[in-house]
Design a protein around this ligand. Structure first.
Ligand SMILES: [Ca+2]
Ligand SMILES: [Ca+2]
Length: 136
């Protein structure tokens, strides 16, 4: 089952982050990429993070790119595991990037699954996660 944010498989299909957490993203197939575009109106320190990462099948990898002329510019942050030393905990397999941002800037966020999953035809419990972008 596609999540509610598909199709969002490239920067040109990125869905806007509207200020509230996006729940229940999933990776409906191996290689699924989820792209989000977020606009920051004021300067500050921003936390980009996944949470509610489902154990054993989801292991988010989060990348943040500067928005530049409608496309991703420089990669300004990336993270696989919040706490790699406890990789067996789902909460540690979530990802977090903390970034100082200037006013009136935008960022592309790209989330992929660092884990390959054996998908079964009738299994609807796809690897899933939620996304939050907020000022610290
Ligand atoms: Ca997805
Ligand atoms: Ca996608």
């Amino acid at each position: 089952m596609l999540d509610a944010y598909e199709a969002d498989n490239s920067y040109s299909q990125a869905k806007a982050y509207l200020g509230t957490p996006q729940y229940a993203h999933n990776f409906h197939r191996n290689g699924d990429e989820d792209w989000v575009l977020v606009y920051m109106s004021t300067a500050g320190t921003v936390v980009f993070e996944t949470f509610d990462v489902v154990e054993l099948t989801a292991d988010t990898y989060l990348r943040v790119y500067q928005y530049q002329n409608g496309a991703p510019g420089a990669l300004v942050g990336s993270n696989d595991d919040i706490c790699p030393q406890y990789y067996w905990l789902a909460s540690c397999q979530a990802s977090r990037v903390v970034l100082p941002v200037a006013a009136n800037t935008a960022y592309f966020v790209r989330i992929t699954n660092a884990m390959t999953v054996d998908y079964r035809e009738y299994d609807t419990s796809y690897p899933s996660y939620s996304l939050r972008i907020a000022y610290q």
